[in-house]
Design a binder for this molecule. Structure first.
Ligand code: NAP
Length: 275
């Protein structure tokens, strides 16, 4: 029997137990998936308990970086991003992964949106943006532009990537005024998320200049951002498939079993009724 859990601070509305129970039963496996709400000063103790008694753990805000010192090794993605959302405990070894990155990539491919050679623009410079940037880098995007309301206050890793020429970091308002388009625009901010569904991270006319658009938000399924992109004729995706896909990638890490797209799609349909 698999023993799994989610580590975070406030987990009341998490969909993860429902998603993982569904994957386990579809894969013919039995297991438990617990919510482990943990205060910062208890993280070391909780990690020791996980290592002693659990097969796998997901990690969410605010511990995706804080767990790293408790691990034996990191996947290449997790190392580059500097954050972990999935841990496996196989043969006493704790290995950290980042399936936000691989789940985002799997969702894009499923939506028929390809990054190789594409000009990619990303709004937001937080945790999710780091996973998106790593996917863009792995896939060989032609250019990566990161837009921030306050580029002078973003994390040092964004500044380092900008200095090295990995990405170009720009002020959101100046970019809006420049009226630029491109191949793919990604919203990695909470602007437009329930209950503030009237929010939008950039003006609609800027969104309409892109051939494809992805919103990491899944509630609502059609944000104002995605509606504007569709009006401009773009191929679009919301964050629901990414949510299901990052969990599918975690299941594969824990169980060694591939999760087919048909199962991810079935779980997305069930999630649509839950969000
Ligand atoms: P985060 O670390 O708090 O970062 C949010 C970023 O958005 C910050 O750079 C923030 O910039 C910017 N921002 C916030 N409000 C904005 C606005 N109105 N206009 C422009 N920029 C704004 O959050 P995160 O963890 O990266 O998550 C971002 C979004 O992705 C959330 O909606 C989250 O639910 C979603 N997400 C979805 C999945 C999935 O599986 N679908 C996975 C992870 C995250 P400032 O510093 O200027 O405030």
């Amino acid at each position: 029997m698999m023993r799994l859990a989610l580590l975070g601070r406030t987990l009341g509305h998490s969909l993860s137990p429902a998603i993982h129970k569904r994957y386990l039963s579809a894969l013919g496996l039995t297991g438990t998936y617990e919510l482990r709400e943990t205060e910062p000063e208890q993280v070391a103790e909780t990690m020791a308990d996980f290592r002693a008694r659990y097969d796998g753990v997901n990690v969410t805000i605010p511990y995706k970086e804080k767990v790293i010192p408790f691990l034996d090794s990191l996947s290449p993605e997790a190392k580059e991003i500097g954050a972990v959302n999935t841990i496996s405990f196989h043969h006493g070894e704790a290995v950290g992964y980042n399936t936000d990155c691989t789940g985002f990539g799997r969702a894009l491919r499923h939506a028929g949106i390809f990054v190789k050679g594409a000009s990619c623009t990303l709004i937001g410079a937080g945790g999710a943006a780091r996973a998106v940037i790593q996917w863009f880098r792995q896939e060989g995007a032609a250019s990566i532009t990161v837009l921030s309301r306050h580029p002078e206050t973003v994390g040092a890793d964004f500044l380092t990537m900008a200095e090295k020429g990995v990405l170009s970091l720009r002020s959101l308002s100046e970019w809006e005024a420049a009226e630029e388009g491109g191949d793919l625009l990604v919203n990695a901010t909470p602007a437009g998320m329930f209950p503030n569904a009237e929010g939008i991270p950039v003006e609609e006319e800027n969104i309409r200049r892109f051939a494809a658009a992805a919103d990491l938000i899944y509630n609502p399924g059609a944000t104002r951002f995605l509606k504007a992109a569709k009006e401009g004729g773009a191929r679009t995706m919301n964050g629901l498939y990414m949510l299901a896909a990052q969990a599918a990638e975690a299941e594969t890490i824990w169980t060694g079993r591939a999760v087919p797209d048909a199962l991810v799609e079935a779980i997305c349909r069930e999630l649509e009724t839950m969000v």
